[in-house]
Design a protein around this ligand. Sequence first.
Ligand code: SF4
Length: 188
Amino acid sequence: MPVETIVNDKKGIRKTSSPTKLRIAGVIGESIVDGPGIRYVVFAQGCGHHCPGCHNPQTHSFDGGNLMKIGDILQEIEKKPLLDGITFSGGEPFEQASAFAGLARRVKALHQDRNVFVYTGYTYEEILRYADIRPEWGELLDVADILIDGPFMQEKKSYQLLFRGSSNQRIIDMRQTGRSGRVVLAEV
Ligand code: SF4
């Protein structure tokens, strides 16, 4: 049974439903390398990008990992009072966009001060282009405070980059981007 939640975003106040389970490769309860502060990280299972040099090839199969109830993940998150936010990494979170959006909404309903970082191998422009035929992509964009976009590119790899693997990837401030109508990079 999908879970119904009340959403208040740029489309107004409305009811929406989201899947109850996520296929995940794993979680990290308290990470300090997947965004600023202390973060709960959920790694999506399943990714079709197959970036050469990917550090997480075990996350590519769409049949691997474990199916977890979103309610159970939420309970684990609630055991971590010091969190600054949550991060969705991969795998490709946008392949389970509705479920991740549902988790983010439930976290934010409990803790308005916790921010949501979303990694994706798609570019922001690609996500916008296909949001009409994949409306759940818009749903996940709506709850993301920061989007780190684009595939990992081995030739642009650098260990000096904060929160990114390669320099083509951008750290996009989704709130500022939404307000200004152009891509605004975050200062992190
Ligand atoms: S998007 Fe991420 S998980 Fe997927 S292949 Fe590229 S680096 Fe690996």
